[in-house]
Design a protein around this ligand. Structure first.
Ligand SMILES: Nc1nc2c(ncn2[C@@H]2O[C@H](COP(=O)(O)OP(=O)(O)OP(=O)(O)O)[C@@H](O)[C@H]2O)c(=O)[nH]1
Ligand SMILES: [Mg+2]
Ligand SMILES: [Zn+2]
Length: 326
């Protein structure tokens, strides 16, 4: 990690505009970006979870270390830019509240987005104290290919099941919709109130978006926890992990006649055959198709965007050569 004289390694807890809140062996500090980093067009700007090189004198962040994993989503509005939300997360707790109907499609999407960034997903069914019948939930979560843990952040019930992911040096992020108890869970694990929590609306159990920024905190065990604001969903980035999230479909697709079968109209499609036989859940098939078509659309848009950028580049080159000729 080639630190130079006068630099130390620090971890980003949160960033807001120009200020970067860092965890260092000496305690928390607030730093700013060095001028060189700010003016470097190819530089990555630090996000929560990043390891950075900090110049102790003047508290300037001078570099961001390569990221092992990242939590990404498509930048809202602009075409095809991945926005890195957090870095170097080992485990993503996909938190769901048992006070509302489980939405498998939402769950699948979070899991997929985590896997795409190299983060291991663990499904946390929180609010287990409410006495929800878990049979249906178990059948819906059984096919996700992730560990599933039932907890109550309120009573502490079931939290010990999370210990394997909370060892020293491990970084765990809580993601999921607003109001499911992410902050309550992290407070409970931490053993004190550090993150603000908010009541859900009694009419429809929707959250109020209490947490507004991503913030990394350190546990007494040496693990790091990242609280995140409730997201409706992540945009998907690439499709590499679609088949591991829909394992049964991935397995079946090996038997389709065409290697690039989309399981929509092709003859000899093992996936549609299995569905006709009742061997494949229709909801899972629909979820798969929705995500797959979104990925195809994104890929197309990226390609068109790249072509557009290329055209602009050539236009600029032509303009320059024309003026040179004068
Ligand atoms: N019954 C019950 N209520 C819980 C549990 N965990 C959290 N809650 C309640 O659910 C509400 C929302 O909790 P938060 O921790 O603020 O939820 P959040 O996921 O952080 O929400 P955002 O920050 O808005 O994304 C609060 O009223 C909590 O007290 C639980 O295990 N059981
Ligand atoms: Mg919160
Ligand atoms: Zn097929």
């Amino acid at each position: 990690m080639n630190l130079t004289e006068g630099q130390v390694l620090a971890r980003v807890a949160s960033e807001s505009r120009e200020l970067i809140h860092l965890l260092t062996p000496e305690g928390p500090v607030v730093a700013t970006l060095s001028g060189a980093l700010r003016n470097d067009p190819s530089a990555e700007f630090p996000v929560a979870g990043d390891w950075v090189r900090l110049r102790v004198e003047g508290l300037r962040v001078e570099g961001v270390l390569p990221r092992r994993t990242c939590l990404r989503r498509r930048a809202v509005g602009g075409p095809s830019r991945a926005q890195v939300l957090a870095a170097n997360i080992d485990t993503g707790l996909v938190v769901i509240g048992l006070d509302r109907a489980l939405r498998p499609r939402v769950l699948e999407r979070f899991i997929l987005a985590l896997r795409e960034g190299g983060v291991e997903p663990v499904v946390v069914l929180n609010k287990a104290d409410l006495g929800t019948d878990l049979t249906r939930v178990a059948s819906l979560t059984g096919s996700l290919g992730t560990p599933v843990v039932a907890t109550s952040a309120l009573t502490g019930q079931g939290l010990e099941a999370l210990i394997p992911w909370l060892g020293a040096g491990q970084t765990v992020a809580a993601v999921g919709p607003s109001g499911v108890g992410k902050s309550t869970l992290l407070n409970r694990l931490r053993g004190e109130e550090v993150a603000e929590t908010g009541a859900v609306r009694s009419t429809d159990h929707r959250g109020r978006h209490t947490t507004t920024r991503r913030e990394l905190i350190e546990l007494p065990t040496g693990a790091f926890l990242l609280d995140t604001p409730g997201l409706r969903e992540f945009g998907l980035w690439s499709g590499e992990t679609l088949d591991s999230t829909f394992e049964e479909i991935g397995d079946l697709s090996g038997r389709c006649r065409f290697r690039d079968c989309t399981h929509t109209v092709e003859p000899g499609c093992a996936v549609r055959e299995a569905m006709a036989e009742g061997d494949l859940d229709e909801g899972r098939y629909d979820g798969y198709q929705k995500l797959a078509s979104e990925l195809r659309y994104n890929a197309l848009r990226d390609e068109l965007g790249a072509r557009g950028a290329e055209r602009k580049r050539w236009k600029a080159i032509h303009k320059i050569t024309r003026t040179m000729g004068r």
